[in-house]
Write a protein that binds this ligand. Structure first.
Ligand SMILES: *Cc1c(COP(=O)(O)O)cnc(C)c1O
Length: 436
């Protein structure tokens, strides 16, 4: 560091003058852990570099998309080629068909997909479609699940099932969320009660099958099974938000795992994003033909986008999906991620720190708790003070994990066994300090 100027601090000051909070998405501001966000100048493989030239092993991977690591040669080549042919046409291209074909091949619950530019947009459009198809207004979501920032989804539970939820953001009028029922994740009785009372009016039940926005909480097999049964019984569409888990926990998404445990299982609609775009703004929602054909121009549900199916983004997504569908890709990735989590568990246990972890494919989560939580209230019991110390301890040792307790982490194909061993060693040092 020349003249010991901290370029991150300098850039953050400058950013705060012209960008609210200095960032374009709140979690990047390090508000919950404190300190200065790192301004990233470049990334390659498993590493990112900040404005001071400091290198970090990256376990955020742009919050999920970078499953191949940064700058994978095949993806870079596909993007470079696409850019030379034009940035955007606002007209259909063959590449959009190829990407849609690849998605429906990997996820048999979908016959058709519509491409959009963000997970938020996909979730918002999926809800409109579900409401249009069923001609109902009510939607069900679960506390702690995140589906982007559409108004109707920025709501937390009221004091009881019978009471209305509360907006989690200013600017969301109560009238806009009055059709959103918020239930506790993995709570079977509440689910039964909600359907018994409201089932006939529920357009869709929206869920993260493995909730990465509570770090890493799995819906139990029984819970998913009952969600499916009740949705079928009441004519409600079951919507799996796989923006994070799709192409991340397995090639066929979390739904492929539940389909193994629950014979014949499939959601009615799926929302995708993150890995699907390989780091470019790209997302999608899809489902059965009879549902999807309700979308304009074939149907009456309006949805559109100037940059939807963008030729550069689809090239990036397609190249990424081609790489991850190679035989053995997810076996290797799962093995590495599991080894990482068990390394951390061992290191914490040796220092007498309460710690537990879970992972699936290249997605992982850990808690400073004795046992894995099952819902939002249990997740909230995690020690945030201790987490913040762990975060900064790791960051100062060149390890970049999510700067918030409730966010999942990601391992990429570019992380080597030695990267993971080095990270576990760093964590061991930090645990030693924390235990004192
Ligand atoms: C990230 C995420 C979204 C929102 O996607 P954006 O592209 O950030 O709008 C929606 N649902 C889930 C499960 C996510 O993880």
């Amino acid at each position: 560091m020349l003249f010991s100027i901290d370029h991150n601090i300098h850039l953050f000051d400058r950013a705060c003058q012209v960008i609210p909070g200095g960032v374009n998405s709140p979690v990047r501001a390090f508000r919950s852990v404190g300190g200065t966000p790192r301004f990233i100048t470049r990334a390659l493989g498993a590493y990112i570099w900040d404005a001071n030239g400091q290198r970090y092993t990256d376990y955020i991977g742009s919050w999920g998309p970078m499953i191949l690591g940064h700058g994978h040669p095949a993806v870079v080549e596909a993007v470079q080629k696409a850019v030379c042919d034009g940035f955007s046409f606002g007209a259909p291209t063959e590449r959009e068909i190829e990407l849609a074909e690849e998605v429906v091949r990997q996820m048999p619950s979908m016959d058709m997909v519509r491409l959009v530019s963000s997970g938020t947009e996909a979730a918002m459009s999926a809800i409109r479609l579900a409401r249009g198809v069923t001609k109902r207004s009510t939607i069900i979501k679960f506390e702690g699940c995140y589906h982007g920032h559409a108004d109707a989804l920025l709501v937390k539970a009221g004091s009881g099932l019978a009471t209305l939820g509360h907006p989690t953001s200013a600017g969301v009028p109560p009238e806009v969320i009055k059709h959103t029922l918020v239930l506790e994740y993995n709570h079977l009785d509440q689910l039964e009660q909600a359907f018994a009372e409201h089932g006939k009016n529920v357009a869709c039940l929206l869920m993260e099958p493995i909730c990465g926005n509570m770090n890493f909480v799995r819906a139990t097999d029984d819970f998913v099974k009952r969600c499916r049964e009740l949705c079928t019984q009441y004519g409600t569409l079951l919507v799996f938000d796989e923006v994070m888990t799709g192409f991340r926990v397995a090639l066929g998404g979390a739904q492929s795992l539940y389909a193994k445990a629950i014979p014949g299982f499939a959601p009615d609609m799926t929302i995708l994003g993150k890995v699907m775009g390989g780091g470019m703004p790209l997302a999608a929602f899809g489902g059965r033909r009879a549902v999807m054909e309700h979308l304009a121009p074939t149907g009456a549900v309006y949805q559109a986008g100037t940059l939807s199916g963008n030729p550069v983004a689809t090239a990036c997504g397609l190249a990424t999906l081609q790489e991850i569908s190679r035989p053995g890709f997810f076996d290797d990735l799962s093995r590495k991620t599991r080894a990482f989590m068990s390394g951390l568990c061992q290191a914490a246990s040796m220092e007498g720190i309460d710690f537990c972890a879970d992972s699936e494919g290249g997605m992982m989560g850990f808690y400073l708790l004795k046992t894995l939580p099952q819902n939002y209230a249990q997740v909230m019991k995690s020690d945030s003070q201790l987490f913040n110390q762990l975060f900064h301890g790791l960051l100062s040792r060149g390890v970049y994990i999510a700067p918030a307790l409730f966010e999942a982490g990601f391992v990429s194909a570019a992380h080597t066994n030695s990267d993971i061993e080095t990270t576990v060693e760093a964590a061991r040092e930090v645990f030693k300090i924390l235990s004192k």
